[in-house]
Design a protein around this ligand. Structure first.
Ligand SMILES: C[S@@+](CC[C@H](N)C(=O)[O-])C[C@H]1O[C@@H](n2cnc3c(N)ncnc32)[C@H](O)[C@@H]1O
Length: 565
C-alpha cells in the first residue's frame, strides 16, 4: 500500500491511510498504539497528513516556537477533527484518560459543536498548552526521505517540523519494531520486524543517538521526554557486567570526542596540504565537529528526533549533519569530501598509523570484554563465537582484535530478543564505523603504493567486514533506517568495484540495479550478498516493491547514499 507515494511527483494521498491499529492504555507509558493483526517487515502502519507543518531549507529548519505560533494562528481555521486531535495530545503527564474507540466519533461531533463559533474556538484555544503539545508531540528533521525525493524529482531537500495525528500516539523503544520518515508532508510508518497481533508498535525518538550506550540514551530520553526507558534493549544492557557498561561509555566518549575529531583533522590537514597550505600543524582539538557540547544537544531538534522543547531548533546549523550524524559519520563525510585532494603521503603517514593504533586498542578492549561475556554467557546460541575466541583473548594482537570485532559473524543473532553481545555491539557502533574508515584509508594508502601487498589485502578485508558488521548492528537495532539503507548501498558499491562487475563510473553504477535484476546469476557471490542485504533494508523501509519500482528505488537509494557519505 501507498508505494505510489514514493514515485509520484509531490502528490500525497488526500486522506490518511491507517493500518489495523488502535490506541490503548499501556502500563507506565500513558497511551500507545497496538496492532490488531500480525505484521511483517515492510507492512504499512500509517501514512498520514500533518495537523500542522512548517517547511524550511535544509540548513534552516523552522523552530519549534514557530510551530507553536503557527498552531495558534491556524487554530480558528483548523478542522474540528484536527482540533480534537491536538487537544487530546500528550502534554507531559500520563494521566490522559483513554477515550474508547466507540466514543471517539461522538466526542469529535461534540467538540465540533462546542467550537462552532469563533469565540468558543478562541476560548478553547486559550486552554490548550500549545507549547507542551509541540514539545512532546512534534517531529522535525533537516530533510525528508532522500531516495523518494530523488525518485519524485523533487528539488533540494526541505526541512520540516510538524505534528501528525496517530503518529503522536506511538511510544519509544531503543530497538523499535517500526521505522518512520517523511515523504513530502506525509508521515510514513512501517513495521520492520514480525510483530505479533496485539503487540505495541514502537519507534525510536533518538535518531542517531540510538547508537549510543544505555546511559547516554537514558539521559537524553529523561531530559527531553521525561521518562526512564525500560525497553528490552535497555533491560538487556542493564544486565551487562558493570565494568563492561563503563567500558562502553568510555569507548563512546573517546570515539565521539576524540578519535572522530582527529580523523576529521587528518582530512582537513590533507586538503590543506594538497592546496599547498600549512594546515598540518593546527591542533585537532580546535576543530568544531559540528556537535557542540553535550549539553547543547539537549533541548534542540536533533535530526530525526522529535522536538524536545520550545527552544531554538537544531542548535547551531539546524542541519541533520550537525544534529544527528555520529561523529564517525562527520569524519567520514569530511574525508570523502576531500577525497580529490587526498595524497598518498598523508594516508600512509604517521598520523593515520597512530590513529589506527588508538582505534585498534579500543577494539582490543572491546574484544576482550566480548570474549569474557561470551565465556560468561551459557545461553548465547545465536552468536558464532569463533572470532571471539580466536587467539585466546588476552594474547590477541590488537590489529587482529580489531578485525575480529569488526567481523559480522559476531552479530549474526537472528532471535527477536537482542542478545547481550548484540547490545554491546550496538553501543560500540561508532567504533565499527571508524574501524571501517581507518581500514579503507589504509587500503587506499597501500593501494597507491605497490597495490598488492598482504597489508592492503588485510585492510580491505577488515574494511568490508566492519561495514558488514555495521549493517548487522543496524539490522538488530534500527532495521529499515536511512543509515542501514545507505550502509547497504556502500557495501554493494564496494562489492561491485572490488569484483570488477561494475566500473566505478557513475553512469555504470546507475545501471547496476537493472543488471543485477536481469542477470543476478552473472554477479559474483559478494555482489549478490550485498544486493540481498540492500533488498532487506529496502523491504523494511518501503514495503514490497516489484520489478521496475524495485529497480528505481535501488538506483535512487544508491544515488542518495553518494550524496550522504
Ligand atoms: C508522543 S507521546 C507518546 C504517546 C503518549 N504515551 C500518550 O500518552 O499520548 C511521548 C510521551 O510518551 C511517553 N513515553 C513514550 N515512550 C515511552 C516509554 N518507552 N516508556 C515510558 N513512557 C514513554 C513519555 O511520557 C513521552 O514524553
Amino acid at each position: 500500500a501507498c508505494t505510489e507515494l514514493y514515485f509520484t511527483g509531490g502528490t500525497s494521498p488526500a486522506t490518511d491511510i491507517l493500518g489495523s491499529v488502535s490506541v490503548r492504555n499501556i502500563e507506565g507509558k500513558g497511551l500507545g498504539l497496538v496492532t490488531h493483526r500480525e505484521m511483517r517487515p515492510g507492512d504499512l502502519v500509517m501514512a498520514v497528513q500533518p495537523v500542522a507543518i512548517l517547511h524550511g531549507p535544509q540548513d534552516g529548519m523552522p523552530s519549534p516556537d514557530a510551530l507553536v505560533e503557527h498552531l495558534k494562528a491556524s487554530w480558528p481555521t483548523m478542522t474540528p477533527q484536527h482540533r480534537t486531535i491536538v487537544r487530546q495530545m500528550f502534554v507531559g503527564s500520563t494521566t490522559t484518560t483513554f477515550i474508547p474507540e466507540s466514543d471517539q466519533k461522538q466526542s469529535t461531533d461534540h467538540d465540533a459543536r462546542a467550537e462552532s463559533t469563533p469565540s468558543t474556538a478562541a476560548s478553547v484555544a486559550a486552554a490548550v498548552d500549545f507549547q507542551a503539545v509541540v514539545s512532546y508531540n512534534a517531529y522535525g528533521d533537516a530533510y525528508e526521505d532522500l531516495p523518494s525525493l530523488n525518485l519524485r524529482g523533487g528539488g533540494p531537500p526541505r526541512s520540516h517540523v510538524g505534528i501528525w495525528p496517530h503518529f503522536s500516539n506511538i511510544n519509544h523503544a531503543c530497538a523499535p519494531n517500526c521505522v518512520h520518515y517523511v515523504v513530502d508532508s506525509t508521515m510514513v510508518v512501517r513495521a520492520v520486524q514480525h510483530i505479533a497481533q496485539g503487540s505495541e508498535l514502537l519507534i525510536s525518538y533518538l535518531g542517531r543517538e540510538d547508537l549510543a550506550p544505555r546511559q547516554v540514551r537514558q539521559a537524553a530520553l529523561q531530559s527531553r521526554y521525561g521518562f526512564a526507558c525500560d525497553c528490552a534493549r535497555c533491560r538487556t544492557e542493564a544486565e551487562l557486567p558493570e565494568e563492561l557498561q563503563a567500558l562502553l561509555e568510555e569507548l563512546y566518549n573517546t570515539i565521539r570526542h576524540e578519535l572522530a575529531l582527529r580523523f576529521e583533522h587528518l582530512a582537513l590537514a590533507a586538503s590543506a596540504e594538497a592546496e599547498g597550505l600549512d594546515g598540518g600543524g593546527a591542533p585537532y582539538d580546535n576543530f568544531d565537529d559540528g556537535w557542540g557540547a553535550e549539553e547543547d544537544v539537549e533541548g534542540c531538534v536533533d535530526g530525526t528526533d522529535r522536538i524536545t522543547s520550545g527552544t531554538a531548533a537544531a542548535a547551531g546549523s539546524g542541519s541533520r549533519s550537525a544534529g544527528s550524524r555520529t561523529a564517525a559519520e562527520v569524519a567520514k563525510r569530511s574525508l570523502r569530501n576531500q577525497a580529490d585532494g587526498f595524497g598518498a603521503p598523508i594516508l600512509a603517514g604517521a598520523r593515520l598509523a597512530s590513529l589506527g593504533q588508538r582505534l585498534e586498542e579500543c577494539a582490543r578492549q572491546l574484544h576482550l570484554a566480548l570474549h569474557d561475556l561470551h565465556e560468561d554467557d551459557e545461553v548465547c546460541e545465536d552468536v558464532q563465537a569463533h572470532n571471539l575466541q580466536a587467539g585466546g583473548g588476552q594474547q590477541l594482537p590488537s590489529a587482529e582484535a580489531a578485525a575480529a570485532v569488526a567481523s559480522p559473524a559476531v552479530v549474526t543473532g537472528s532471535g527477536r530478543q537482542l542478545t547481550r553481545v548484540q547490545t554491546v555491539q550496538a553501543a560500540a557502533y561508532q567504533l565499527l564505523e571508524l574501524l571501517h574508515l581507518q581500514a579503507e584509508l589504509a587500503a587506499a594508502a597501500v593501494g597507491s603504493g605497490d597495490g598488492s601487498t598482504a597489508v592492503g589485502t588485510r585492510a580491505k578485508a577488515t574494511a568490508a567486514g566492519a561495514l558488514q558488521a555495521c549493517w548487522h548492528v543496524l539490522d538488530a537495532i534500527s532495521r529499515g533506517s536511512e543509515l542501514q539503507v545507505f550502509q547497504a548501498c556502500k557495501l554493494l558499491s564496494d562489492a561491485l568495484q572490488a569484483s570488477g562487475f561494475s566500473s566505478s563510473s557513475k553512469r555504470e553504477d546507475a545501471n547496476v540495479a537493472r543488471r543485477l535484476q536481469s542477470t543476478p546469476s552473472a554477479a559474483p557471490p559478494e555482489v549478490r550478498e550485498a544486493a540481498a542485504l540492500l533488498g532487506q533494508s529496502l523491504l523494511a523501509r518501503y514495503g514490497p516493491l516489484r520489478g521496475q519500482q524495485l529497480t528505481k528505488m535501488t538506483q535512487a537509494a544508491i544515488r542518495a547514499s553518494r550524496g550522504f557519505f
